[in-house]
Design a protein around this ligand. Structure first.
Ligand code: PMV
Length: 315
């Protein structure tokens, strides 16, 4: 049996819009979420003539994407055996965190581990596995590099930033999205704002790296705010337009803005293609974030009794 574990990640500079083989239209920069990971187990299955799942946490569509990706790696390595697959998340599926990044990264690692072992060949580099994982799910290529990763065109790599952060999520809605991220990548091509989008992302990425390197936390917050608003503006100006922001999302964002104003400090905030609010606090600012949740009445949520950095807005 072979096992591999991979974390999810949250982008501060967003990947939105793609070309063939999930080559992104613009640079992105992410923080790896070590508490939110997927573990994949593969077992050789001599009795079967197809790969099959032995647990049931994925939808039919997700299962097919997973099986296609496994087949892609098997073809790449000219392997014609079959596996039984078990996949487990450390976080509730309803957490509103995309599990495709962690699950495709874990599947890619596990498939290379298993097939390299059976064939007696060397394991490929993280960089190579990341580029293969990208073909299954774009943002999964960033889950190979912790804690910070930069992804540009076909290359994703670790980037050293001298800042330690703590991630938290304010859960606004855990339901399935109406528009998948694949559909969002397609639709944003119709937005007039896509024209200079790569330049804007590149400009912000450079500014963000420099702000984080020089400890300019307020500036980093400002850049990340502009960036997620930029991505959501692409959604709202696509044809047909769509959006993920809910009244409770706006409420949380307004509270964060107010908090920053009052304390001249606070968390970096970002939204993915969804209504939930991701916060990154500077390590060592526990008192500050405690006062944030108390002042604004957010409640801690626990998963199987353990603290999983999730909060619920008490509206
Ligand atoms: O990897 P995909 O195709 O699920 O796209 C993810 C896109 C965003 O989550 C919205 C942004 C990002 O950079 O992760």
């Amino acid at each position: 049996m072979w096992t591999a574990k991979a974390p999810s990640n949250i982008a501060l500079i967003k990947y939105m819009g793609k070309q063939e083989k999930n080559i992104p239209c613009n640079v992105s920069l992410s923080y790896t979420l070590d508490n939110f990971f997927t573990e994949v187990q593969l077992n050789l299955n001599g009795k079967s003539d197809s790969d099959e799942f032995i647990n049931d946490i994925l939808s039919e569509n997700e299962k097919n994407r997973f099986l296609n990706h496994l087949q892609y790696i098997k073809d790449l390595l000219s392997f014609n055996g079959y596996f039984s697959i078990r996949s487990m998340n450390s976080f509730p599926k309803s957490a509103g965190i995309a599990s495709s990044a962690s699950s495709f990264a874990a599947l890619t690692m596990c498939a290379f581990k298993a097939i390299s072992d059976v064939k007696g060949i060397k394991m490929p580099s993280q960089e190579y596995m990341s580029s293969i994982s990208r073909i299954g799910s774009g943002s999964s290529c960033r889950s190979f590099f912790s804690p910070w990763c930069i992804w540009r065109e076909e290359e994703s790599k670790k980037i050293d930033l001298p800042v330690e952060v703590e991630h938290q999520l304010i859960l606004i809605n855990s339901g399935k999205k109406n528009i998948s991220s694949s559909e969002a990548h397609r639709r944003v091509q119709s937005s007039l704002l896509m024209k200079n989008r790569p330049q804007r992302a590149e400009f912000r990425c450079e500014k963000l790296i420099s702000a984080l390197k020089s400890g300019k936390w307020h500036e980093a917050y400002q850049i990340c705010w502009e960036e997620f608003q930029d991505m959501h503006a692409l959604f709202e100006t696509s044809s047909p337009h769509f959006g993920y922001i809910l009244p409770a999302t706006l409420d949380a964002l307004i509270k964060i803005r107010k908090f920053w104003k009052e304390h001249n400090d606070g968390p970096i905030v970002t939204l993915d293609a969804g209504p939930n609010v991701h916060l990154l606090w500077k390590k060592g600012s526990k008192e500050l974030h405690k006062s944030f949740y108390e002042e604004y009445d957010f409640q801690k949520f626990s998963f199987f009794g353990s603290d999983c950095n999730l909060f619920i807005a008490n509206l």
